[in-house]
Design a protein around this ligand. Structure first.
Ligand code: FES
Length: 580
């Protein structure tokens, strides 16, 4: 791709607030001076917003204020003017009913902060799952020069001498407690070992996947994704990114120059190679929607089909992000993909160079962490998109996290009408279920939950776990944590709450999953299905007011990214009427 840098110097948008001597300018500039900024800082240099998702209640981003200081140092060094801006921070582990309900609200608030304030470019300081896509969506909609800096993953956890992966072992340990294989005291002891440093989940969960997506899209400097949060090189990365954004503003290198269809295809293939989260599907679809790129579930299946998972990280493999960094991190994977003809080499990145220029010197330091293609964890590592009368608009499954013997399976449906119904009955020894059944969970999609919670990897009934069985086919319109695993069909669209066929599945129906054929089929006649849909009535609660009302009314399906319909597209950075 040919990118022609803009002429420099030229007048930047921040000068609309700060340049000149009018009453309005003095109102804007004078008040800023109460923070002790000298007059010459308002001379037309790039003003860079550091959009910081730090929050004490987003523990994965708890160290971002320190990192922001390094970003600022880089911006000062390059002749910019840094301003730190608090950004909406939706923590994966504390925000209720689910952080996903607030991804779009965060994107909306940050977009308006970027547009309505005197900044010329932005550093997106992110980490925990939803913070990365929400800020990328905002940057894409304003199209101001932007660069992603992630907080980096936590160090490896260890419990009783073994690696402990964030989330992944939480699910394993809680099932072991249910199966009577682990005591509650041991579970408590394991708790601290999971989180022994600052940073995001140390598995290839959603946070690490989205950090990798940002890098694969070209929106972060090369090597950003894997550097541990507490490693000094993370701070170096922050400082270098601060320097870089100043030049990006001078060059007018914008998200729309970087986020091309080819960049998204690169990211999809990368997600397959790293064994990345199914959540990346909804997030990339949403980001693409903001820049007007026509990306679909079919693109996910088409691009991901031939990509083997070569990153041996939990939940699909055995290592953690710290080891991925020591092995060489994402640049090694991108180079491997490029050498196999699976990467568009010439796409532009925030560095101003092509992706190939950024990764061609990468060296793999550990063949057991980043595997040769011949020894891949799975040959079809991409996200599989299944369709059929049960998911006309599609559903997704992560083959690398599934049990191979269940990828073609037909079983009797055991239906849970919603998550409360599931919780009320799953531990009942009289529940009519065995390991050949298909567990069906309804009303957990974008409208239904609301917010599409990560409950799709619903735990197996204790009576089955106690027999040593750890996986069954589970299907729902929910999402699944990126740290989770299992033969789990997710994001069924249209969702049950929108009247999709999932809504009318009944106990005892036979359901067929055939991943190689990309098929999810409810074994009833077309006439029967039509009659049931005709008789269907909505059963989920509609929020009466507030953001939940707005979300339920306007959220789109998972198959198009679950964005709010009125937020799609790029609105640019021009501001409306100034009130002063
Ligand atoms: Fe925040 Fe995993 S819960 S990164």
């Amino acid at each position: 791709m040919t990118f022609l840098p803009a002429k420099w110097p030229r007048k930047l948008r921040s000068q609309e607030w700060y340049g000149g001597t009018s009453r309005d300018v003095i109102y804007h500039r004078g008040w800023m001076k109460n923070q002790g900024y000298p007059h010459d800082l308002f001379d037309g240099r790039p003003v860079i917003g550091i959009m910081n998702t730090w929050s004490d209640l987003t523990p994965c981003n708890g160290h971002l204020r320190e990192l922001a200081e390094k970003v600022k140092a880089g911006i000062w060094e390059a002749g910019g003017f840094p301003v730190e801006v608090p950004a909406f921070s939706a923590s994966e582990n504390t925000f209720r009913p689910t952080a996903m309900m607030f991804r779009n609200l965060a994107a909306l608030s940050i977009e308006e902060q970027m547009r309505g304030q005197p900044i010329d470019g932005a550093v997106l300081l992110v980490g925990c799952d939803k913070t990365t896509p929400s800020l990328l969506m905002a940057a894409a909609s304003t199209d101001l020069p932007s660069i992603v800096v992630t907080g980096g993953p936590m160090l490896n956890g260890y419990f009783q001498g073994e690696r402990v992966g964030s989330g992944t072992h939480l699910w394993k340990f809680s099932e072991a407690v249910k199966a009577g294989e682990m005591t509650q005291d041991e579970f408590l002891e394991a708790e601290q070992s999971m989180s022994r440093s600052s940073g995001t989940c140390n598995t290839m969960g959603t946070a690490s996947s989205m950090a990798s997506m940002a890098e694969a899209l070209g929106m972060a400097l090369s090597g950003n994704a894997a550097i541990p949060a507490v490693d000094s090189r993370r701070r170096v990365m922050a400082q270098l990114s601060g320097r870089r954004i100043v030049q990006m503003v001078k060059d007018d290198l914008k998200p729309s120059d970087i986020l091309t269809k080819q960049a998204f295809e690169n990211a999809i293939r990368t997600n397959g190679a790293i064994g990345g989260s199914t959540n990346a599907v909804v997030h990339l679809l949403a980001i693409a929607g903001r820049v007007g790129i026509d990306l679909s579930l079919d693109d996910w299946d088409r691009c991901g089909r031939d990509v083997a998972t070569i990153v041996n990280l939990m939940p699909s493999g055995k290592y953690l992000m710290e080891e991925f960094f020591y092995a060489g991190g994402l640049p090694v994977v991108l180079k491997r993909l490029a050498e196999s003809g699976l990467l568009h080499k010439e796409v532009l990145t925030v560095s101003g160079s092509t992706m190939w220029d950024e990764v061609k010197e990468a060296v793999n330091h550990n063949d057991d962490v980043i595997l040769p293609f011949e020894q891949a964890l799975t040959d079809q590592g991409g996200i599989a998109v299944v369709k059929g009368n049960l998911a006309p608009a599609g559903a997704v499954l992560k083959p690398s996290a599934a049990s191979p013997h269940l990828l073609q399976h037909k079983g009797r449906a055991v239906v849970f009408e919603d998550i409360d119904d599931y919780k009320a009955r799953i531990e009942d020894d009289d529940l009519d279920i065995d390991e050949t059944c298909v567990m069906v969970l309804k009303n957990c999609g974008p409208k239904g939950y609301p917010g599409m919670s990560e409950v799709g990897n619903m735990g197996l009934p204790p009576k089955i776990l106690k027999r040593g069985i750890t996986d069954m086919v589970r299907i729902s319109d929910a999402r699944m944590s990126g740290t989770a695993y299992g033969t789990v069909v997710l994001h069924i669209a249209p969702e049950a709450a929108a009247g999709g066929p999932l809504a009318v599945v009944r106990n005892g129906d036979m359901i067929e999953l055939d991943v190689p054929a990309r098929r999810l089929h409810l074994d009833i006649t077309d006439e029967e299905l039509a009659a049931r849909l005709e008789a269907w009535e909505p059963s989920h609660d509609q929020a009466p007011s507030g953001y939940a009302w707005l979300h339920q009314k306007h959220v789109e399906g998972a198959d198009t990214g679950a964005d709010l319909d009125f937020l799609k597209g790029c609105r640019g950075s021009p501001v409306g009427k100034d009130s002063h």
